[in-house]
Design a protein around this ligand. Structure first.
Ligand SMILES: [Zn+2]
Length: 147
């Protein structure tokens, strides 16, 4: 028997494959406003990062807090029904994210993760822009915002 209903399954697939989300669009807008040029969803790189700044050896993932299990985040609550399923499923997502970051770093890429809760909370866009630009222009190998 299939433990996940059709509705939930289609939501799952949408959540995993969802590109060009609103938070991602905001990050792109901020980069563009800062004069930084990027490419999108490069499938030749591990994890097909959402945003790739080749000149700066930098990639950015804009992660949904639920699907990527943002640790300690209020949006990353595991559903009560089918709990065992979700623990396994979301744990797999997390493990895959880690493998992708490791693979990118071993290829010499720097990695920034921007969590959607930050954007949902309407953190001042200018402050977010500064944090992202500082990271792109800096030499930190890995950063999460919020950290
Ligand atoms: Zn979060």
């Amino acid at each position: 028997m299939d433990i996940v209903s059709k509705t939930i399954r289609s939501r799952m697939m949408a959540g995993i494959r969802n590109k060009n989300t609103r938070p991602e669009m905001l990050v792109r807008k901020l980069l563009h406003a800062s004069g930084l040029r990027y490419r999108l969803h490069r499938r030749d790189l591990p994890g097909a990062p959402d945003i790739v700044l080749t000149r700066y050896g930098a990639v950015i993932f804009v992660h949904g807090c639920f699907w990527h299990m943002h640790v300690g985040c209020r949006l990353a609550k595991i559903p009560e029904s089918n709990r065992a399923f979700w623990v396994r499923k979301l744990g797999e997502n997390q493990a895959r994210d880690r493998r992708q970051v490791d693979a990118l770093r071993s290829l010499g890429w720097r990695v920034l993760v921007v969590w959607e809760c930050l954007i949902r909370d309407k953190m001042h866009a200018e402050r977010l822009r500064e944090e992202i630009v500082n990271w792109v222009l800096g030499d930190l190998a890995y950063l999460e915002i919020p950290g």
